[in-house]
Design a protein around this ligand. Structure first.
Ligand code: ADP
Ligand code: MG
Length: 715
């Protein structure tokens, strides 16, 4: 390719492989990272910026300073001490006899080919005083001026694209002397080469090029914004550019959410609550009253179900706040209107627990309940007393795991779908389930509370009900942090509770996901506690047991036949054994905060006070210690969610699968309510003005929706 073609202006969609100067090895690395076009590379957001603007006269440098310096190379050559290295002796250009800084490169033989005496350099690195000399080891560097042909040679040897023509006019400071972008660089390409590539692409970008994206901020042209994002002049510019793209990202999410919501509302739903005979029957048979918060949530749900549009509601509540009962109330309303209600749980243990619970609670009613899991289809119908009901073979309440999603004989009369512990499911699965039937009402329950702003971000298409109150009969939980050295006292405390008739959980972390290790460590722990308390039967529960073995272990603990249960986190969500009062968590610091809160929610559920003992060798100040202290401080799940979010960031708290909305680049604004509201308003305004998205400027929006799951435009 001749030089003019090589210098041709680029468009966002220009493929990288058509550009000269990118070595095949790097091209391959870029492709492997999913970067195929100019736009792909430019949309890779700098993770942060390194401030390399600080400079100082050589004379005033102190040992350990990290600075950028402009220097003249006075001499250069290979040196040898304990290792071979290339050394350039450099100093201010106007001081041929002045102070010198020694630039040393170890293990970088290519540097010798690039640098030569007489060049003007910009270097960035840490200055050290070594045996009376000032030295910078492996500095990042740039050649600012080069009297001979070194520049072209340099570019070729570096393996980067040729330096931009414009750069010849003035020194390009890409890697030094400025705010330098730091990327999550694709593997197989150096940080320096990637940065150089971004610079090169930006400098050759056609200024007026049309971008295949919705222009969220017309006053701030995208080309300028991209330059500011990658190579900002100062912090304020970087902030401004990041905000522009964060808004775009947030807008995309909120737009999809707004669209989904409108789709749902436009679907013909069912009226699934008219009379409440079953509901009243259940409430009068309970040994307790619903809390005020539970009653309010049931009312909110009922109002939705009475409307002809489908319900789409999120039920949030702290661990033990009684979400299941609220869900059951909704299911009874549905059944009474002649439809089938289904509850989907994330694990088999939970599905069976719900099933057993419902059977117990609805004993004596004529409602048929059926359990469907991957392992079992258990149609143990309850007593069907009157003959008309006996003739009716359709189950009215279905309980299952996600196997239910794929069941061929999914009930055609599905009126309500309750999805328990939603964080185990993705948005796509939820959509699949919802769009399967006759636009059933949908109630989603979260396992643990999530921060309010995140609810907006990730469940913006759902209405929200919050159970913000625990049943009054709760004796509460005390959480204590202990070291393995205090085991004697812990054991005597356990002994006390056990002899009072209570039960104990002992939880161990998954050491690794490898099956055998999990099994081995759980079995070891089981042996240890069986020896410790020979007078009490000890149960064992871990993920590698068969469904049947798990069932048996759980059933024995429910029935108080085993008094201690050694378990891994299988027991984490939802398990409900009110007689258990003590939970010992081994290596507590290796669990996530929300997970610990969820675990701890297994105890103190009945009238007996619960004791959660966090065992950890983490000392004050150690990572991992902070969350344990937070856990001891509060039992409020909403506070804990905020803290977890602060400590770990949204990606780890929610997982990307849950969001179903792809990776979030600008996590720093993920919970910024102002940004979210602004994006929401913009999305609503567009959909109000152009509901079918027929205007040409809305074409990119339409494309997003078409890319999305079939539940979007086509349903
Ligand atoms: P979670 O919200 O964690 O799913 P559950 O639905 O498992 O909580 O309820 C925890 C326990 O509290 C269950 O044993 C349930 O029967 C009981 N429960 C629910 N509501 C009340 C109430 N209003 N008063 C007393 N106990 C209740
Ligand atoms: Mg639950």
């Amino acid at each position: 390719m001749d030089d003019s073609a090589a210098r041709a202006l680029l468009l966002p969609g220009s493929p990288l492989h058509a550009l000269p100067g990118i070595p095949p090895r790097e091209l391959k690395a870029l492709r492997a990272a999913g970067l195929h076009t100019v736009a792909d590379v430019l949309h890779r957001v700098p993770r942060r910026y390194e401030d390399r603007r600080r400079t100082a006269p050589l004379a005033s440098l102190a040992n350990g300073d990290t600075v950028s310096l402009m220097l003249h190379a006075y001499s250069a050559g290979w040196r040898f001490s304990y290792k071979r290295y290339y050394e350039v002796s450099a100093g201010p250009a106007d001081e041929p006899h002045g102070a010198r800084l020694l630039l040393r490169w170890f293990n970088m033989p290519y540097v010798a080919k690039l640098l030569a005496v007489g060049m003007e350099l910009s270097v960035y690195g840490k200055v050290r005083e070594i045996s009376g000399k000032w030295v910078m080891t492996n500095p990042d560097f740039e050649i600012l001026e080069d009297e001979d042909a070194g520049r072209r040679l340099a570019a070729a040897a570096l393996g980067a694209a040729a330096p931009p023509a414009a750069a010849a006019a003035g020194p390009p400071c890409v890697h030094t002397g400025r705010l330098v972008p730091i990327y999550r660089t694709p593997s197989g390409i150096s940080a320096r080469a990637f940065r150089a590539l971004v610079w090169e692409l930006l400098s050759r970008l056609e200024p007026g090029a049309a971008w295949e994206e919705f222009n969220i901020a017309p006053a701030y042209p995208i080309c300028q914004a991209l330059r500011d994002l990658h190579f900002p002049e100062d912090d304020a510019t970087a902030h401004k550019a990041r905000l522009r793209f964060a808004l775009a990202e947030c807008f995309e999410r909120q737009f999809r959410v707004a669209w989904r919501r409108r789709c749902t509302l436009a679907r013909p739903g069912q009226i699934t609550a008219t009379t409440d005979g079953y509901l009243q029957e259940l409430l009068s048979s309970l040994p307790f009253e619903l809390t005020a918060a539970q009653q309010r949530c049931v009312q909110e749900i009922r109002a939705d179900m009475e409307r002809p549009t489908p319900m789409n509601r999120l039920l949030q509540g702290d661990v033990g706040s009684g979400k299941t009962l609220v869900a059951l109330c909704a299911m009874l309303l549905c059944v009474e209107s002649g439809k089938t209600a289904a509850l989907i749980a994330p694990t088999q243990i939970l599905a069976e627990q719900h099933y057993n619970n419902f059977c117990r609670l609805l004993r004596g009613s004529d409602i048929r309940i059926s359990l469907r899991t991957a392992d079992r289809a258990d149609d143990s119908a309850l007593l069907l007393e009157d003959s008309s009901a006996a003739a009716d073979t359709t189950p009215r309440i279905l309980v299952g795991t996600h196997a239910l999603l794929y069941a061929k004989n999914r009930p055609s009369s599905l009126g309500l779908a309750v999805i328990d512990e939603q964080h185990k499911f993705g948005v796509a699965q939820r959509e699949r389930f919802i769009s399967a039937g006759n636009n059933p009402d949908v109630l989603v329950m979260t396992a643990t509370p999530i921060p309010r702003t995140l609810t907006l971000t990730f469940y913006g298409d759902l209405d929200v009900s919050i159970i913000d109150e625990l049943p009054a009969n709760r004796a509460g939980i005390t959480t204590a942090l202990r070291t393995p050295g205090q085991m004697k006292r812990i054991i005597s405390f356990m002994e006390q509770e056990l002899s009072a008739g209570r039960q104990v959980y002992i939880i161990s972390p998954l050491i690794e996901s490898s099956d055998t290790r999990e099994q081995a460590s759980a079995t070891e722990e089981w042996q240890r506690w069986s020896r410790q308390f020979p007078q009490y039967p000890v149960g064992l529960l871990h993920g590698r047991m068969s469904a049947e073995e798990k069932d048996q272990a759980m059933a024995a603990f429910y029935a108080n036949e085993t008094r201690l249960l050694v378990a891994t986190t299988v027991v984490e969500v939802g398990v409900d054994v009110p007689n258990a009062t003590v939970m010992l968590i081994n290596d507590a610091d290796s669990f996530g905060l929300s997970q610990l809160h969820q675990l701890r929610g297994r105890i103190g559920r009945g009238g007996h006070k619960g004791w959660c003992i966090l065992l950890s060798s983490a000392r004050p100040g150690d990572p991992g210690r902070e969350k344990l202290e937070a856990l001891c401080r509060t039992t409020n799940g909403f506070e804990i969610a905020e803290e977890d979010f602060r400590l770990r960031g949204p990606g780890d708290v929610l997982g990307t699968a849950q969001s179903g909305l792809g990776a979030v680049q600008f996590t720093e604004w993920l919970t910024d309510a102002r940004l979210i509201h602004r994006a929401n308003r913009q999305a609503a305004a567009i959909l109000d003005a152009d509901p079918e998205l027929t205007l040409p400027e809305h074409a990119p929006l339409k494309r997003w929706l078409q890319e999305e799951a079939p539940a979007g435009l086509t349903s």
